[in-house]
Design a protein around this ligand. Structure first.
Ligand code: PSV
Ligand code: MN
Length: 406
């Protein structure tokens, strides 16, 4: 049943040149990958609080992820982290995922929790450690082949804490060498998504500190290497949407790790701190999607939207629901931008008019639209309410405490 608020909203948008049927078709295309580690226990360096009902193994993580997808229709794939999600038989994990209506998404190698990697993994001065780290990258390519995953999501903790601790230029060459060996092992339809981060756990220099370094590494590797933007990995004040527009224009934006930050890499629920930033990221993406250049359109179509969060104090499944719903809300708002209006204002030098044309889309209440869209898709109109009213959160309590960390 179409509610009155929707009818009024449709009229209001039509008067601005926005057709809600087109908006709904685009909402249908939004897919957000959730991370297996977002369902496990996690914490800060001060304390990991153990929660009742946390999945005890990768199979149970997929069961929780299936709830998020069932209620929202937004999250059909789950990224896994090796060795946190190491299993004897990846074919079995894949069938389990598929039986739940999910697929296994990006494979994330882990090169930061082994004592050997204290001074670096693929940038370690010790050749034997570099070999071990590179072998893990190759192992992850093999796992991706078994799970049917197309993306390898790469984050390195490598860096130094003090001047002189490492030779920055040699480490740069070792980084490229290790990545190059991995690149050669990729199947033709696989991608390496290279993530950057300016600090932490290394506090003097990070081997891939910013988007420019990740972009340069990707460029040297070849077309199957792209940049991954984690929204928490920038210095305060960085204009992330500018980075996004730039990387799309270079056809090298591979994906996102969405999360919110107030101070550093806080890994809070995306959209909880600065929803306008998330909206502006989508505004840039959607404005590029209108580009006539097919390569730019292909880049936009292949952006992997992923969540990368740790839910330290909040219940994990509703936290993930909140996250994907926040992304959907800002995406829906960005779909209301009239790009012709923005461009016309910019072209006549109307600064306030152009800014208004962007911001006014953000200020609309998209709830009537999202309710109507969900109803049409046979989804729950209020996914969070439906989850809280269900017994799932109570049922999983039988798992007890002490489930998987990450
Ligand atoms: C650490 O900062 C981190 O959050 C990176 O963003 C990775 O993507 C993630 O951990 C998983 O390895
Ligand atoms: Mn990340």
């Amino acid at each position: 049943m179409t509610d009155r608020a929707y009818v009024l909203f449709e009229e209001e948008q039509a008067a601005r040149g926005i057709k809600l049927n087109d908006v709904k078709a685009k909402l249908k295309g939004l897919r957000i990958e959730t991370p297996s580690w977002g369902y496990g226990d996690s914490g800060t360096r001060f304390k990991v609080f153990q929660k009742e009902g946390v999945p005890r193994n990768p199979f149970e993580k997929f069961e929780d992820a299936a709830q998020v997808h069932k209620l929202t229709g937004l999250a059909p794939s789950v990224a896994i982290h090796i060795p946190w999600d190491k299993v004897d038989d990846y074919g079995k994990l894949r069938s389990h995922a598929e039986g739940l209506g999910l697929t296994i998404g990006a494979i994330n190698p882990n090169l930061f929790q082994d004592d050997d990697y204290m001074l670096g993994s693929i940038t370690n001065a010790d050749a034997a450690i570099r070999r071990k780290a590179t072998d893990h990258l190759l192992e992850c390519v093999d796992i991706a082949k078994e799970t049917g995953s197309k993306d390898l999501s790469l984050w390195f903790a490598d860096g130094t804490n003090y001047p002189g601790q490492g030779n920055i230029r040699k480490r740069k060459a070792w980084m490229q060498e290790g990545l190059g060996e991995m690149y050669k092992a990729l199947a033709p339809d696989m991608r390496m998504l290279i993530e950057y981060k300016c600090f932490e756990p290394a506090f003097y220099h990070t081997d891939l500190a910013d988007w420019g370094m990740a972009y340069n590494a990707a460029l040297k590797l070849g077309p199957q290497a792209e940049v991954l933007v984690d929204t928490g990995h920038h210095l305060p004040g960085a204009n992330i949407e500018h980075i996004v527009a730039y990387l799309i224009d270079e056809k090298r934006l591979g994906g996102f790790h969405f999360n919110s930050r107030k101070y550093a890499d806080d890994d809070l629920i995306v959209g909880s701190v600065n929803p306008y930033e998330l909206f502006l990221i989508f505004y840039q993406i959607l404005s590029a999607a209108n580009d006539r250049d097919e390569a730019i359109q292909a880049c936009v179509d292949n952006i992997a939207y992923m969540i990368d969060q740790s839910h330290n104090i909040e219940a994990k499944v509703p936290a993930m629901l909140r996250s994907v719903l926040n992304v959907q809300t800002q995406f829906a708002k960005a779909l209301l931008v009239n790009h012709d209006e923005v461009e016309a204002a910019a072209n006549r030098g109307d600064v306030l008019g152009a800014e208004h044309a962007v911001r006014s889309a953000f200020e609309f209440d998209v709830n009537p639209l999202l309710r109507a869209y969900r109803e049409e898709q046979g989804l729950s109109v209020d996914p969070m309410g439906a989850y809280l009213a269900s017994s799932y959160g109570k049922d999983i309590a039988v798992r007890g405490k002490g489930g998987a960390s990450w």
